[in-house]
Design a protein around this ligand. Structure first.
Ligand SMILES: C[S@@+](CC[C@H](N)C(=O)[O-])C[C@H]1O[C@@H](n2cnc3c(N)ncnc32)[C@H](O)[C@@H]1O
Length: 196
Protein backbone atom coordinates (compact mmCIF):
# COMPACT_ATOMS: atom_id res chain seq x y z
CA UNK A 1 0.00 0.00 0.00
CA UNK A 2 2.65 2.55 1.01
CA UNK A 3 4.57 1.61 -2.15
CA UNK A 4 1.74 2.55 -4.50
CA UNK A 5 0.04 5.62 -3.08
CA UNK A 6 -1.59 7.46 -6.02
CA UNK A 7 0.05 10.84 -6.77
CA UNK A 8 -3.09 12.85 -5.97
CA UNK A 9 -3.45 11.12 -2.60
CA UNK A 10 0.25 11.60 -1.81
CA UNK A 11 -0.12 15.32 -2.55
CA UNK A 12 -3.15 15.65 -0.23
CA UNK A 13 -1.34 13.69 2.50
CA UNK A 14 1.65 16.05 2.26
CA UNK A 15 -0.65 19.09 2.35
CA UNK A 16 -2.51 17.88 5.47
CA UNK A 17 0.77 16.87 7.18
CA UNK A 18 2.07 20.43 6.65
CA UNK A 19 -1.20 21.99 7.90
CA UNK A 20 -1.26 19.74 10.98
CA UNK A 21 2.36 20.60 11.82
CA UNK A 22 1.62 24.33 11.46
CA UNK A 23 -1.51 24.01 13.66
CA UNK A 24 0.59 22.69 16.49
CA UNK A 25 2.89 25.73 16.43
CA UNK A 26 0.76 28.71 15.45
CA UNK A 27 -1.79 28.81 18.27
CA UNK A 28 -4.74 27.48 16.23
CA UNK A 29 -7.64 26.83 18.64
CA UNK A 30 -8.02 23.22 19.81
CA UNK A 31 -11.27 22.43 17.95
CA UNK A 32 -10.01 24.04 14.73
CA UNK A 33 -6.78 22.01 14.70
CA UNK A 34 -6.61 18.91 12.51
CA UNK A 35 -5.14 16.76 15.32
CA UNK A 36 -4.51 13.92 12.89
CA UNK A 37 -2.45 10.77 13.43
CA UNK A 38 1.27 10.85 12.56
CA UNK A 39 2.23 9.18 9.29
CA UNK A 40 3.61 6.05 10.99
CA UNK A 41 0.23 5.51 12.66
CA UNK A 42 -1.49 5.91 9.30
CA UNK A 43 0.74 3.16 7.93
CA UNK A 44 0.05 0.96 10.95
CA UNK A 45 -3.72 1.47 10.62
CA UNK A 46 -3.55 0.55 6.93
CA UNK A 47 -1.68 -2.68 7.72
CA UNK A 48 -4.18 -3.68 10.41
CA UNK A 49 -7.22 -2.78 8.34
CA UNK A 50 -5.94 -4.70 5.31
CA UNK A 51 -5.33 -7.75 7.53
CA UNK A 52 -8.69 -7.56 9.36
CA UNK A 53 -11.40 -10.16 8.70
CA UNK A 54 -14.10 -9.41 6.09
CA UNK A 55 -16.66 -6.78 6.99
CA UNK A 56 -17.03 -3.01 6.72
CA UNK A 57 -14.57 -0.54 8.24
CA UNK A 58 -15.62 2.34 10.51
CA UNK A 59 -13.76 5.42 11.67
CA UNK A 60 -15.02 7.56 14.58
CA UNK A 61 -13.46 11.02 14.19
CA UNK A 62 -12.56 12.03 10.63
CA UNK A 63 -11.13 15.55 10.99
CA UNK A 64 -9.82 16.44 7.49
CA UNK A 65 -9.63 12.83 6.36
CA UNK A 66 -5.92 12.12 6.78
CA UNK A 67 -6.30 8.75 8.51
CA UNK A 68 -9.24 7.99 6.20
CA UNK A 69 -6.82 8.11 3.23
CA UNK A 70 -4.63 5.42 4.83
CA UNK A 71 -7.69 3.35 5.60
CA UNK A 72 -8.95 3.83 2.03
CA UNK A 73 -5.74 2.21 0.72
CA UNK A 74 -6.42 -0.77 3.00
CA UNK A 75 -10.08 -0.93 2.00
CA UNK A 76 -9.10 -1.20 -1.67
CA UNK A 77 -6.64 -3.96 -0.75
CA UNK A 78 -9.19 -5.92 1.27
CA UNK A 79 -12.37 -5.25 -0.76
CA UNK A 80 -14.31 -3.35 1.93
CA UNK A 81 -15.65 0.15 2.38
CA UNK A 82 -14.97 2.76 5.07
CA UNK A 83 -17.67 4.84 6.74
CA UNK A 84 -16.16 7.72 8.71
CA UNK A 85 -18.03 9.88 11.26
CA UNK A 86 -17.40 13.55 12.02
CA UNK A 87 -19.52 15.91 14.16
CA UNK A 88 -18.05 19.30 13.09
CA UNK A 89 -19.37 20.82 9.84
CA UNK A 90 -16.10 22.58 8.98
CA UNK A 91 -14.16 19.30 9.34
CA UNK A 92 -16.73 17.48 7.20
CA UNK A 93 -16.19 20.09 4.49
CA UNK A 94 -12.40 19.58 4.62
CA UNK A 95 -12.83 15.79 4.57
CA UNK A 96 -15.13 15.98 1.54
CA UNK A 97 -12.39 18.00 -0.18
CA UNK A 98 -9.89 15.26 0.77
CA UNK A 99 -12.15 12.47 -0.53
CA UNK A 100 -12.57 14.35 -3.79
CA UNK A 101 -8.88 15.32 -4.25
CA UNK A 102 -7.58 11.86 -3.26
CA UNK A 103 -10.13 10.11 -5.50
CA UNK A 104 -11.41 7.76 -2.79
CA UNK A 105 -15.16 8.27 -3.14
CA UNK A 106 -15.44 4.65 -4.34
CA UNK A 107 -14.39 3.31 -0.92
CA UNK A 108 -15.08 6.11 1.60
CA UNK A 109 -18.38 7.55 2.80
CA UNK A 110 -18.43 10.39 5.32
CA UNK A 111 -21.33 10.78 7.75
CA UNK A 112 -21.83 14.22 9.31
CA UNK A 113 -22.93 13.31 12.81
CA UNK A 114 -22.19 11.57 16.07
CA UNK A 115 -21.29 7.89 15.70
CA UNK A 116 -23.33 7.09 18.82
CA UNK A 117 -26.55 8.09 17.04
CA UNK A 118 -25.90 5.71 14.14
CA UNK A 119 -24.07 2.81 15.81
CA UNK A 120 -27.09 0.48 15.87
CA UNK A 121 -26.89 0.05 12.09
CA UNK A 122 -23.54 -1.77 12.26
CA UNK A 123 -23.01 -5.54 12.41
CA UNK A 124 -20.09 -7.73 11.38
CA UNK A 125 -17.57 -4.87 11.36
CA UNK A 126 -14.08 -6.01 10.35
CA UNK A 127 -12.14 -2.92 11.45
CA UNK A 128 -12.86 0.15 13.57
CA UNK A 129 -10.66 3.14 14.38
CA UNK A 130 -11.71 5.27 17.37
CA UNK A 131 -10.12 8.74 17.35
CA UNK A 132 -12.73 11.12 18.82
CA UNK A 133 -12.91 13.35 21.91
CA UNK A 134 -11.75 11.41 24.93
CA UNK A 135 -14.99 11.88 26.90
CA UNK A 136 -16.88 9.74 24.36
CA UNK A 137 -14.34 6.87 24.22
CA UNK A 138 -16.24 4.65 26.68
CA UNK A 139 -19.58 5.00 24.87
CA UNK A 140 -18.07 4.65 21.38
CA UNK A 141 -15.95 1.66 22.39
CA UNK A 142 -18.91 -0.23 23.86
CA UNK A 143 -21.10 0.43 20.82
CA UNK A 144 -18.31 -0.50 18.40
CA UNK A 145 -17.29 -3.62 20.34
CA UNK A 146 -20.84 -4.95 20.08
CA UNK A 147 -20.84 -4.43 16.30
CA UNK A 148 -17.53 -6.21 15.58
CA UNK A 149 -17.23 -9.48 13.67
CA UNK A 150 -15.35 -12.32 15.45
CA UNK A 151 -11.68 -11.49 14.93
CA UNK A 152 -12.52 -7.87 14.09
CA UNK A 153 -9.90 -5.27 15.08
CA UNK A 154 -10.78 -2.16 17.08
CA UNK A 155 -7.99 0.42 17.42
CA UNK A 156 -8.16 3.39 19.83
CA UNK A 157 -5.74 6.32 19.42
CA UNK A 158 -4.04 8.54 22.02
CA UNK A 159 -3.83 6.06 24.89
CA UNK A 160 -0.26 7.19 25.68
CA UNK A 161 -0.46 10.88 24.68
CA UNK A 162 -3.62 11.15 26.87
CA UNK A 163 -2.57 8.47 29.36
CA UNK A 164 -3.91 10.22 32.46
CA UNK A 165 -7.41 10.90 31.19
CA UNK A 166 -7.69 7.56 29.36
CA UNK A 167 -6.19 5.37 32.11
CA UNK A 168 -9.59 4.11 33.40
CA UNK A 169 -10.70 3.40 29.83
CA UNK A 170 -7.53 1.45 29.00
CA UNK A 171 -7.77 -0.54 32.23
CA UNK A 172 -11.38 -1.43 31.41
CA UNK A 173 -10.61 -2.53 27.83
CA UNK A 174 -7.63 -4.64 28.91
CA UNK A 175 -9.97 -6.44 31.34
CA UNK A 176 -12.88 -6.70 28.86
CA UNK A 177 -13.43 -10.42 28.18
CA UNK A 178 -15.07 -9.65 24.80
CA UNK A 179 -11.62 -8.81 23.41
CA UNK A 180 -7.92 -9.57 23.57
CA UNK A 181 -6.16 -6.19 23.76
CA UNK A 182 -2.69 -4.69 24.00
CA UNK A 183 -1.23 -1.18 24.08
CA UNK A 184 1.21 -0.60 21.21
CA UNK A 185 3.73 2.15 22.11
CA UNK A 186 3.96 3.86 18.76
CA UNK A 187 2.77 7.27 17.60
CA UNK A 188 0.40 8.61 20.27
CA UNK A 189 -0.19 5.12 21.68
CA UNK A 190 -2.56 2.64 20.04
CA UNK A 191 -4.83 0.32 21.97
CA UNK A 192 -5.44 -2.64 19.65
CA UNK A 193 -8.33 -4.92 20.60
CA UNK A 194 -9.36 -8.09 18.74
CA UNK A 195 -12.96 -9.22 19.19
CA UNK A 196 -13.13 -12.82 20.43
C1 LIG B 1 -8.31 13.68 16.66
S1 LIG B 1 -9.47 14.20 15.48
C2 LIG B 1 -9.51 12.90 14.26
C3 LIG B 1 -8.27 12.83 13.40
C4 LIG B 1 -8.37 11.86 12.26
N1 LIG B 1 -8.72 10.52 12.70
C5 LIG B 1 -7.04 11.76 11.52
O1 LIG B 1 -6.11 11.13 12.07
O2 LIG B 1 -6.90 12.34 10.42
C6 LIG B 1 -10.98 13.90 16.33
C7 LIG B 1 -12.23 14.29 15.57
O3 LIG B 1 -13.34 13.57 16.14
C8 LIG B 1 -14.49 14.35 16.02
N2 LIG B 1 -15.49 13.78 16.96
C9 LIG B 1 -15.52 13.95 18.30
N3 LIG B 1 -16.52 13.24 18.84
C10 LIG B 1 -17.13 12.58 17.83
C11 LIG B 1 -18.23 11.67 17.75
N4 LIG B 1 -18.90 11.31 18.86
N5 LIG B 1 -18.59 11.16 16.54
C12 LIG B 1 -17.89 11.55 15.42
N6 LIG B 1 -16.84 12.43 15.44
C13 LIG B 1 -16.46 12.92 16.62
C14 LIG B 1 -13.98 15.76 16.35
O4 LIG B 1 -14.84 16.76 15.85
C15 LIG B 1 -12.59 15.76 15.68
O5 LIG B 1 -12.62 16.35 14.39
Amino acid sequence: MRHDIPAAMAARMADLEARDAADRLDGTAHLARLRQVPRVTGEFLALLCAAAPPGPAIEIGTSAGYSAMWLALACRESARRLTTYEVLAEKVELARETIDLAGIEDVVEIVHGDFRDDAARWHGVGFCFLDAEKDVYDDCYDLAAESMAPGGLLVCDNVISHATVLEPFVTRVLADERVDAVVVPMGKGELVARRR
